[in-house]
Design a protein around this ligand. Sequence first.
Ligand code: ZN
Length: 644
Amino acid sequence: MGIVDEDIARVRAASDIVAVVTQHTQLRKVGQRWSGLCPFHNEKSPSFSVNAQEGLYYCFGCQASGDIITFVREIEHLDFVGAVEWLAGKAGIALTYTDDNEREQRKQQSKLFGAMERAVDWYHDRLVSGSDAGAARAYLRSRGFDRDMVEAYRLGWAPDSWDDMVRSLRLPVDVATETGLAFLNRRQRLQDFFRSVVLFPIFDDRGRPVAFGGRKLPDTEGPKYKNSREGPLYNKSRTLYGLNWAKADVVASGEAVVCEGYTDVIGCFRAGIPRAVATCGTSLTEDHIISLKRFTNRVVLAYDADDAGQAAAARVYAWEQRHGLEFAVASMPAGSDPDELSRDDPDALAAALRDARPFLAFRLGRVRDAATLSTPEGRAKATEAALRVIAEHPSPLVRDQYLMEVAGFARVDEAMLRHRLDEVVAAGASSPAPTRGRGRDRDRGARRGGDADEPPPWIGRSEVADVDAEMLGGSGGALAGAARRGTGRGGADIEPAELEALRLLIQHPAGFAEELRPVLFGDLVARRAFDALGATEGVPAAIERLETAGDETATRAAVLLRRVVVEDATAEPIDLRLRLVELAARRAIGGLEREARLDDNPLGWAPVIGWLNLQVDDLRGDNPPMEIVDELLAWLDEHVGEVE
Ligand code: ZN
């Protein structure tokens, strides 16, 4: 399927799971394994473990588990082939594909990327040296873009012509149209999609060009913004402008700054804040959030204060809960955006971002700023407005903290306020959240950017309707995620000594294995895991063997191995073996006693039961002779079929 097996093996061998995982979470060496905070679920204490030798990871919190390819798939949202390609890219390995379709598809995709690269260069050259680009250059200079910035962001100029670009690059029809660089006009001739606009190339987070954002020059005809249509390379509800440049600082600083426009992103970079991204003419979506969540837990909105105030609070809180994120709002001076501020007062931009407030605090601040607190009526009105804002937050503890703040500035008794808040919360729960100010938002959207028919930032297509279900832990939550991975909590009811034996087997595969027998595993799942380890080389191969077998015990054994592979064994092999033999002997005694009760002649069983009991007693003494252990194990190995 997709890539030839030898190449997949080469990619695995060349990839270091610890190095890849540490791009997303810090790992600490603990005994034989590495441990850290899980990058797949939100947690305060580390439950994520990696066994570097076997190349496997497991999370004790959310049961995420797998090898390096699974990790890359889950964290980068890629399919299997995509994950192998991602790793191959890092390791500099060229891949061979098995399947013709696949090969064609990848070939076509790299053709499209190639065409986009060439178009980026072509438009860029045109801006830098075209005799018709003087006005564009002057406009960019007036907006604070120097030559270095134009280079760094690969800005371009689409000339005022029908088909200069497609003709110069000789793009085939399918490539020209699938990239959105051109379209077939009524006479079935290719025509450039962009005309007379300054272009901001948009890259995916791997730095490959996927689209352009176009902006017309002031005082010229036509819509102010024109962006690439979606296609095979470009999905705007997933793409964040600037993420390719910003991600390193997002990880290093622990936060991502989300802006409304391309120039805002560049403004942040100019002001020495290289962790800004922007949505591309659309509202922030959950896919954007998932994309950011790979790099950080904190999102700072650097929006115009009015736009941030319009944010759909219910979605923000749902995302905070579901993805363990924290949303804050930068304290932008009224009517300013990061682009302007970076030119006029870069320090003020840095301060606005530094002083970002939690989303609810920001909203409450706006209520307070708008209120007339000098009259009793004004205070009462502000109180009601504040309670409506607070009531939207899903956490009673958080609500109560803010409630005390309101009690302070509105001079209302806390107990009374609490009672009133409960009423507002109850009323809110029974009716859908209002969708305020849609008409005004539409104007805003047209003003702020994006296609004219796009909703403005924040007011998403599905908006509030889907949030309640999501907040109640519906589809897509952590639980569903764990279920999707198909890994329940493995081995919860298995005898600890048997689990320890599996751990020890994985750590010292040589000497210990020969000392053990299947009969020492009373739990069928543990025994199956033991068998698989004995039949294969290495834990990943054992897991694969079990998963291929496909029956329920095998599947559970695979889950069990995924877990124990990242756990350290602490027992001494010799003690552990003794303990396993003792337990197996006790199980045998129990089995024999049941047989005896059903037999017409129960006394006939007495000698063997007596002998076993004697042996077990000997085992329990200090320094039991090894011969007894060996003898007992040999007996158990021979008779196990009879007693179980
Ligand atoms: Zn986890």
